[in-house]
Design a protein around this ligand. Structure first.
Ligand SMILES: Nc1nc2c(ncn2[C@@H]2O[C@H](COP(=O)(O)OP(=O)(O)OP(=O)(O)O)[C@@H](O)[C@H]2O)c(=O)[nH]1
Length: 322
């Protein structure tokens, strides 16, 4: 007796998955501020990863999912890789190496408005530890550079590949801001994915829990306008989130209780501001972003607590979700 052939794969809508459909994972890497989160958002077409002009703002692995008739591309947004100085730094770098090993293709971002530097070299050298994963080089932020500068940049990227023994599958210039060549990059990433049915239901944009996204939006608001070491000292945990009971169906209200952790008393003062003014502004900005993302009015209760030196303390790191 022979087993019946397996049922052909179908989309969650019920329509059959076409032959040659591809699915898999891609990861953008690059030094802090290289434009990885912005590129993720441009490819997915909606705000899933936070962006900011402060380096190293991405801490959690947020995935954006691109649904196309011929493919499903899952983008894994990793933290910026850097020389570890704290325990948090080490954990982040481990997370990055693990991610690189597991994805189908890695795209390394080099901002076209800046010269290739030691930070880029460090990353590309680290990348040589993952031999099997195909690598694509992306020259980002091309809207900020002249054609001559872009040409020079592409040559530098190629030379860096040569020096480190890295075989770039492609070198692509893009501007996430203008949407220039973003579709081409998506095509090139898809080409590297194995054949297979979709991994996530249609319409899903990210699999990170809403709490994580909300916490990231609060952190993004809190980072706006702070300087020096403080950005790295801020962590946000959403303690509780849920629709308020006893509300009419057409007037829902989402209650969000979040804690903003800093490392020292002096930082607490800065974050809260004079008579709480700064915290109020941060709360209002975060609330608007959360409302825009979730499409529901939000009541945001934001508290500030000190988790002493949490970046160096394993127990605190675990508590904060690292
Ligand atoms: N003009 C221009 N600016 C860009 C572009 N892409 C990103 N940026 C800006 O560059 C800064 C950093 O972008 P992000 O996407 O947060 O960079 P990232 O690599 O994810 O940064 P980390 O999370 O710190 O690793 C932000 O201020 C972006 O607005 C682009 O294509 N053009």
């Amino acid at each position: 007796m022979s087993l019946p052939p397996p049922a052909p794969p179908v989309f969650s809508s019920g329509s059959p998955v076409p032959e040659g459909h591809r699915s898999g994972f891609a990861s953008f890497v690059g030094r802090p501020n290289a434009g990885k989160s912005t590129l993720t958002n441009a490819i997915v077409g909606t705000k899933v990863a936070i962006t900011s002009d402060k380096p190293q703002t991405t801490r959690s692995v947020v995935r954006g999912i691109v649904h196309r008739p011929d493919a499903q591309l899952v983008l894994v947004d990793t933290p910026g890789v850097h020389r570890p100085r704290t325990l948090l730094g080490e954990r982040l770098n481990d997370l990055v190496l693990t991610t690189w090993n597991e994805v189908d293709v890695v795209a390394v971002c080099f901002p076209a408005n800046e010269k290739i530097g030691p930070g880029d070299r460090f990353i590309v050298n680290e990348l040589t530890k993952v031999k099997r994963t195909p690598k694509i080089a992306v020259a980002t932020k091309t809207d900020l550079a002249t054609p001559e500068r872009i040409a020079e940049h592409l040559l530098d990227i190629s030379a860096l590949g040569h020096d480190t023994g890295t075989d770039w599958m492609e070198i692509v210039p893009v501007s996430a801001q203008d949407g220039d060549q973003v579709d081409l990059l998506a095509d090139l990433l898809v080409k590297r994915l194995p054949e297979g049915p979709p991994l996530y239901p249609e319409g899903e944009l990210t699999d990170s829990p809403e709490e994580t996204l909300v916490a990231e939006l609060v952190r993004e608001a809190a980072l706006d306008g702070v300087r020096d070491e403080l950005p790295h000292s801020i962590a946000v945990v959403v303690e509780e989130m849920g629709l308020r009971e006893d509300r009419p169906e057409d007037k829902p209200l989402l209650d969000v209780h979040a804690t903003l952790y800093v490392e020292r008393d002096s930082q607490k003062g800065i974050v809260i501001g004079r008579k709480g003014a700064r915290l109020k502004t941060v709360g209002a900005a975060a609330r608007r972003q959360i409302e825009a993302m979730l499409g529901t009015p939000v009541y945001l209760d934001l508290r500030v607590k000190i988790a002493k030196d949490w970046q160096r303390d394993p127990r605190q790191l675990r508590k904060l979700g690292f």
